[in-house]
Design a protein. Sequence first.
Length: 165
Amino acid sequence: MKTISAIIEKHLEVYATIPVLPPSSNKHKSKQLARMKKLLLLLSLFAILSCSKDTPIGLWDDNIKLSQKEVEFDAKGNTIVITTEGAWWWIDALKLNGSYINIDDMDTAADNFVIEESEFKIERKNATEIHISMSENLSDNERVLIIGLEAGDYFDGIRVTQSAH
């Protein structure tokens, strides 16, 4: 199968062999116009085809591979261990009940760290385990903890929902 650039090159070679008529000729002007239209059409086609790809630039495949993305706890204190197949990831965002928790001063790409608040504890004990603990929910509202993960240009997350008391 010929590539678009090979087709364009062939057409340019053909156009180069067409004799040029004196500029005063109407026939010459119409041939030049037709040639320019064809060339413009070919260049437009080439531009459209060269820009379309199956995978857009910047979209990565899942390189974290979480064992679980949704967790539901009852109101009692609970703990879960979620594993990953990938080891090169970090926490890029953390939200509890819609409010962001500042983790800017933490190195969440390290193989071990702890993020602890009164309502939850997130611990990375090694490169492929996330331990998530929720304290007992004594309120009348459910708790929703969202842990945003990133690995290069791939983004994923874990949503932990804890029932109300």
